[in-house]
Design a protein around this ligand. Structure first.
Ligand SMILES: [Fe+2]
Length: 244
């Protein structure tokens, strides 16, 4: 009987997290994420326990609130890596950024100002939550023309996509890749975000999974995500996380 149960249980490996996370706020003091090196260390150890080996962390860049430059981000990355080495935490920690779509970002892309990307020139960006930015299509066209692959952070969280799924399909048609937040599957942000996340997974419109981890509570949520049936469906999609 015990053997029968064992046979029915799916292989645990099929429900593993990707090895690579591409969205988090783990560099201390740069944004509304982690504030100290010690906090970073604790959270990164949790990621390692979950099976992650590489974290591409993405501080907010927003002209009004988070004026992080490439230099400040890379300097803080070096400082954090030195600390992790000293504490013998074995992980590959790299940095890109989560760019807020504003006029400054459009201008930077237009001016060929080098932006922090990851992998094959993937550019992680977010927008305001309520209404589609007027310059969204212009930005996507400009970014793709300049050789970036724009990756929209947590599409399921935007009200303007929740209420109009055709807009999401239109963005994909324009070359935008989608990064889903894992905690959305738990209903952590809202019911609307959860339902949109499920729909995106059903349609196969998810290219990256991300934790968007800002603090210790966020990484702890991931343990619950592992048992979520939509997580199981999401990890069976041809995700790009593990190509990085
Ligand atoms: Fe984020």
């Amino acid at each position: 009987m015990l053997n029968w149960f064992r046979k029915q249980r799916p292989a645990e490996s099929s429900y593993n997290f990707p090895f690579v996370d591409i969205h988090s706020h783990l560099l201390p003091g740069l944004d509304d994420g982690v504030q100290t090196l010690e906090e970073s260390e604790v959270i990164i150890r949790e990621f390692r326990k979950l099976g992650y080996t590489k974290l591409i962390t993405t501080p907010h860049v927003m002209s009004d609130f988070y004026r992080n430059s490439n230099d400040t981000i890379l300097q803080k990355l070096a400082e954090t890596n030195a600390y992790l080495k000293q504490k013998e935490v074995s992980v590959t920690l790299e940095a890109a950024a989560e760019f807020y779509l504003d006029e400054a970002l459009v201008a930077r892309v237009g001016n060929n100002d080098p932006l922090l990307t990851f992998g094959k020139n993937y550019l992680l960006f977010e927008t305001n939550f309520m209404t589609e930015p007027l310059n969204m299509k212009e930005f996507v066209f400009l970014a793709t023309t300049k050789g970036y692959k724009p990756v929209l952070a947590h599409p399921e969280r935007y009200i303007y996509l929740q209420n109009n799924f055709a807009k999401a399909e239109d963005l994909i048609g324009r070359g935008v890749l989608f990064q889903l937040n894992l905690s959305s599957l738990l209903g952590y942000y809202s019911k609307g975000a959860q339902q949109t996340a499920q729909k995106l997974i059903d349609k196969g419109y998810v290219h990256f999974l991300g934790s968007d981890c800002h603090n210790h509570q966020h990484v702890q949520l991931l343990e619950q995500v592992r048992r979520n049936k939509y997580f199981q469906k999401a990890v069976s999609l041809p995700l790009l996380n593990n190509t990085l």
